[in-house]
Design a protein around this ligand. Structure first.
Ligand code: GSH
Length: 215
């Protein structure tokens, strides 16, 4: 297996793939597609995946798209063998991506001048309402749990870490959701996650809503 990961060090979905690679301790080459800094990396990436969404893994020349599939490809041990637990892990993975990261990305996108010059206020309100709905659901779900699903760190945590990291920056998790806030703190302290957070520090000034002075 010769692995190349195309991505951006500040990208939430790139984090998800990197966390799994760090968990698996698998050697790989990272090809940064940050802005205009590495045009050769971006050109190679777009040849493999013209859609342009990252991360993208290339394994011995074969492209693997979608962060959840990349996680499963490089670290199958992050999906439990037990079938019902595996279902819960996959469900939480989808919930973090679709109901935490998607509204978070929507708010961020409306603040990026290279995406829009006229932010859609209604879209921002809808996205914030979506976060308001998922926070209490997650609070109830995570009660008494160390990790998102089961006793081990899994794919669900690979998705939970970046989505909650950025969601909290966009719309701080209210203090009343103590278990959710504690989970976020715990998962961010996990070594593979702390590593991606640290590697992204030089890019924090790009956060369009202004990076808070924490984390
Ligand atoms: N479902 C995809 C989502 C990937 C995604 O949205 N990546 C963002 C970066 S975090 C992206 O490619 N943004 C650039 C764009 O949309 O053009 C996955 O899980 O890999």
């Amino acid at each position: 297996m010769s692995l190349v990961l195309f991505g951006h060090p500040f990208s939430s979905y790139t984090w998800k793939a990197l966390i799994a690679l760090y968990e698996a301790r698998t050697p790989f080459e990272f090809r940064n597609i940050a802005g205009n800094e590495y045009p050769e990396n971006e050109a190679a990436f777009l040849k493999y995946w013209p859609v342009g969404k990252f991360p993208l893994l290339v394994d011995d020349g074969v492209p693997v798209m979608e962060s959840s599939i990349i996680v499963e490809h490089v670290a199958p041990q992050l999906i439990p063998d037990d079938r019902s637990l595996a279902l819960e892990v996959r469900m939480l993975d989808r919930i973090f991506d679709n109901h935490v990261m998607t509204p978070t990305q929507a708010v961020v996108a409306e603040h990026l001048p290279f995406i829009t010059q006229s932010p859609d206020g209604a879209r921002i309100v809808r996205a914030r309402q979506a976060l308001d709905k998922i926070y209490p659901w997650l609070e109830a779900r995570l009660q008494g749990r160390r990790w998102a699903a089961g006793d081990e760190f899994t794919l669900a945590d690979c998705a939970g870490a970046p989505s909650l990291f950025y969601a909290d920056w966009v719309q701080e998790i209210p203090a009343q959701f103590a278990d959710l806030r504690a989970y976020r703190g715990r998962v961010l302290a996990h070594p593979s996650v702390a590593r991606v957070v640290d590697e992204a520090r030089p890019y924090r000034h790009f956060f369009p809503l202004g990076a808070p002075d924490r984390d």
